[in-house]
Design a protein around this ligand. Structure first.
Ligand code: NAP
Length: 306
């Protein structure tokens, strides 16, 4: 599978299967095993998903060597959203490693509220320390706004290699400040919710006819049934962004395995068209703090109200 280079000299497979949402989260061993068999050797988990142990179990069950699967986990708040006290970070991370049964390739701060107010830099320093000791490999962040990134970048020993956030064409304009800061520092974007325009937007918005047309063209030219989800994932890869998607449906998992290994099928004009249309709409699924102290663009949501 094509991989994206990270600033610490490692690389990450461009498409990951997550066990944090939908049916996949309830069937982490069964669906995780299917995803690995389908050729998606990249699993995204987190403390919050309560299936780090199942992640390790799925890899064992398939019999793949540890180094043949890229695994991400995250330090999370507790179920009530309480932050992790700084003096508990080490034991919290060790808990992840124990449940997984190994050191994950990438370990993220799940969101800026894993740290108590004013302690984000301290939390990042604790992960840096664990990395320096060889107890963690790559380290990064998730759901960070520009101000969250700036708080940890100031005097950092290691920059976060990724910021995992909701990313798809309909949040491009909103994300512009965070994406430009990441570009400046070489921080790779990891997309969750990449299929939002086709599975969560109530009508699909102005991208729908364009994605349909491209999917039809590709189905004709490849002789495979290329769907709009595949088009969006290929667009994500064309942005040099890692796509973390998921499915608990056996047929769709198999298809995602095929998509993971598709060549670059999109024409540059199609990539640009999706980007341009996406930038004219604002539609976000995962809101939470991403709409707090992070100005929204003055754009329509793309829902035709006529
Ligand atoms: N860091 C964070 O805060 C955060 C937040 C959210 C998610 N994540 C990670 O990202 C992963 C994916 O998140 P997401 O669910 O938002 O991703 P998504 O890719 O936008 O949506 C995945 C959903 O799309 C459906 N799907 C998959 N392939 C499809 C296809 N070909 N056609 C139509 N529908 C299809 C699946 O439903 P079926 O199961 O029915 O196939 C699945 O529930 C999570 O599991 C988690 O690991 C991280």
């Amino acid at each position: 599978m094509y991989s994206i280079d990270l600033l610490d000299g490692t690389s990450i497979p461009w498409l990951g299967w997550g066990n944090g949402s939908g049916d996949a989260s309830k069937t982490a061993i069964e669906s995780g095993t299917r995803a690995l068999h389908a050729g998606i050797h990249h699993i995204d988990t987190a403390q919050l998903y309560k299936n780090e142990a199942e992640t390790g179990e799925a890899i064992k069950k398939v019999g793949l060597k540890r180094e043949d699967v890229y695994v991400t986990s995250k330090i999370s708040t507790d179920d009530d959203g309480n932050p992790v006290p700084l003096d508990s970070v080490r034991s919290s991370v060790e808990g992840s490693l124990q449940r997984l049964g190994f050191v994950p390739d990438l370990y993220l701060i799940h969101n800026p509220f894993v740290a108590a107010s004013g302690e984000l830099k301290g939390l990042w320093s604790a992960l840096e320390q664990l990395k320096s000791e060889g107890k963690l490999k790559s380290i990064g962040v998730s759901n960070f706004r520009p101000q969250d990134l700036e708080a940890i970048l100031d005097g950092a020993k290691y920059k976060p290699v990724v910021n995992q956030l909701e990313y798809h064409p309909y949040v491009l304009s909103h994300l512009e400040p965070v994406l430009s800061l990441q570009a400046k520092h070489g921080i790779v974007t990891e997309a969750f919710g990449p299929l939002t325009p086709v599975i969560r937007h109530p009508t699909g918005g102005p991208l729908k006819p364009v994605l349909d047309r491209i999917a039809q063209r590709l189905s004709k030219s490849t002789g495979k049934k290329i769907d709009v989800a595949a088009v969006l994932l290929l667009w994500t890869r064309a942005q040099n962004v890692v796509a973390v998607t998921t499915s608990g449906n056996p047929d769709r998992i198999k298809w995602l395995g095929e998509v993971a290994h598709l060549p670059d099928l999109l024409e540059q004009s199609e990539i640009d068209e999706i980007t341009k249309i996406g930038k004219g709409v604002h539609f976000r699924h995962y809101t939470e703090h991403m709409e707090k102290d992070f100005p929204l663009p003055n754009l329509p949501d793309g829902v035709d109200k006529s």
